[in-house]
Write a protein that binds this ligand. Structure first.
Ligand code: NDP
Length: 480
């Protein structure tokens, strides 16, 4: 059986995705710029995949690779994002035939995906931007796969990706999200939500340790307990694991020997940039991205520590109650972060006419991906119950969760501020909640100021129209 599908780019992600595809009984053409990786894959895992009824068809040149695939070809590109992806696509295009499908499975900016799709369409080629989440383990054992591009491309690619994706309750965590860049767009927002989720978890840890007085090992147990309830998720489970780990070299908690400067590959930043363009307040994701940036400003931090000192302010808390409060604050803030992320998905979908189904998206994020969590089932149920839901936050289950946790949430944010422990994501989520439910926002004053200094006009509460007051003159109001 000649392969009709091929994969080029066999670093950590590509290698594991290749093992997963061939391990599901498919013949798979494989290639990598440096042939050593191709050889290592075939030598290391060729027998394993053969035992599953699949096989690798290796090539050392791109020409041989393309020639080894039956038309119409489906070629998955899993190489370094950005220039690497462009270089591989540029090299592939002259070797392909009309109707072949090129799939970029790396993390691409949606604008790049749209650009590449247009360029390939000019050659009668289909281009698919495909978001793959789950890291290297997910790629091997079942990732969550968010596919963009045309229906035609999905007809070829869908059966393969649905077979290799994680399965939850018999449902594959893979879907055709929508046309052109829809797949990469939702993957970008997924990563943004992941940033917010991790920042909230980090703030909870910091508060439990610095204000609650718990040790990392004790906090690990707290998180393990939380993973039994409504917070159950991959990241909470992993937090317990990392906090329980002891550094072999020093015997200290692992978390204490790691430099406290968080790095990023850029998907959080892309999410915030896109949210700014769309006018969607994703405050949790933005705070998470800025918190990573702040942590990396080591010189500024050093000077500030010298000038202001590092002492925390004295705050008395009841330890058990505080642990409970932090759990409630974490859950309420997490609801806000996910609600904001889904707002962004829907705003992007409206902007580009993608018709993304948010309930279906929640379904494929239940397994395989980094933000997989029990509560994505609740998100799916909320959209099933009301497909036109304006905000997840107001869906009955989440509204109840936020109401139940509200008092604890306020205590935690107030305690953090009093103690001097930064909790930007907790605080901004609470401010977002209060902003949404406020009867009158001070935006009215902002409109007045804008009209005063720039004649930007305003609307009135009592009658339609646009108005300007002659601030410099006699202060009469004129309808514009
Ligand atoms: P890297 O991002 O480290 O990229 C390495 C691969 O890209 C190698 O196969 C390399 O070939 C190839 N490559 C780089 N530049 C070129 C070029 N100019 N021409 C041809 N090949 C090139 O690999 P990962 O496996 O970590 O990630 C692959 C993609 O998956 C990336 O887009 C990444 O953003 C995305 N991703 C990664 C995740 C992760 O957890 N790592 C999770 C989800 C998505 P060579 O061996 O010859 O150097």
């Amino acid at each position: 059986n000649t392969p009709s599908i091929g994969l080029t780019g066999l670093a950590v992600m590509g290698r594991n995705l290749a093992r997963n595809i061939a391990g599901h009984g498919h013949a798979l053409a494989v290639h990598n710029r440096s042939p050593e990786r191709t050889r290592a894959l075939v030598e290391g895992f060729g027998d394993d995949v053969a035992a599953q009824g699949g096989r690798f068809v290796p090539s050392e040149s791109l020409e041989d690779f393309v020639a080894s695939i039956e038309r119409p070809r489906t070629i998955i590109v899993m190489v370094k994002a950005g220039e690497g992806t462009d270089a591989v696509i540029d090299a592939l295009v002259p070797l392909l035939d009309p109707d072949d499908i090129v799939v970029d499975a790396g993390n691409a900016h949606p604008d790049d995906t749209r650009r590449r799709q247009e360029a390939l369409a000019a050659h009668d080629l289909h281009f698919v931007g495909m978001g793959v989440s789950g890291g290297e383990e997910g790629a091997l054992h079942g990732p969550s796969i968010m596919v963009g591009g045309s229906e035609h491309a999905y007809a070829h690619l869908g059966p393969v990706v649905e077979s290799i994706a994680a399965q939850v309750d018999g449902v594959p965590c893979a879907m055709h999200v929508g046309p052109d860049a829809a797949g990469h767009f939702v993957k970008m927002v997924h990563n943004g939500i992941e940033y917010a989720d991790m920042q909230l978890i980090a703030e909870a840890y910091d508060l439990l340790r610095s204000v609650g007085g718990l040790s990392p090992a004790e906090i690990a147990e707290v998180f393990a307990g939380w993973n039994e309830g409504e917070l159950e998720s991959f990241l909470i489970e992993m937090t317990a694991d990392v906090l329980a780990h002891t550094d072999a070299a020093t015997g200290q908690p692992f978390v204490d020997v790691v430099l406290d400067a968080a790095e990023q590959k850029g998907t959080g930043r892309w999410t915030v940039q896109s949210a700014l363009d769309l006018g969607v307040p994703v405050t949790g994701i933005a705070e998470a991205t800025f918190a990573r940036a702040l942590s990396g400003h080591t010189e500024q931090r050093e000077v500030a520590r010298e000038v202001f000192g590092t002492d925390l302010r004295e705050v008395e808390v009841d330890r058990d109650r505080f642990v409970d409060d932090v759990r409630a604050a974490l859950f309420a803030s997490k609801v806000v972060a996910y609600a904001q992320g889904f707002d962004q998905v829907q705003a992007g979908s409206r902007e580009h006419d993608w018709d993304v189904d948010p309930g279906a998206l929640a379904t494929i994020w239940r397994g395989g991906c980094i933000i997989r969590a029990q509560f994505l089932d609740r998100i799916r149920e909320a959209y099933d119950a009301d497909p036109k839901l304006t905000s997840l936050l107001t869906a009955p289950y989440f509204a109840d969760a936020v109401r139940t946790g509200e008092a604890a949430w306020r205590r935690v944010v107030a305690t953090a501020a009093q103690a001097g422990v930064p909790a930007p994501a907790f605080a901004s989520s609470l401010a977002f909640f209060d902003g949404l439910r406020r009867d009158r926002l001070p935006a009215a004053l902002i409109q007045g100021l804008r009209d005063d200094f720039g004649a930007h006009t305003y609307r009135r509460v009592d009658r339609p129209g646009t108005f300007h007051t002659d601030w410099a003159g006699d202060r009469t109001e004129k309808e514009q």
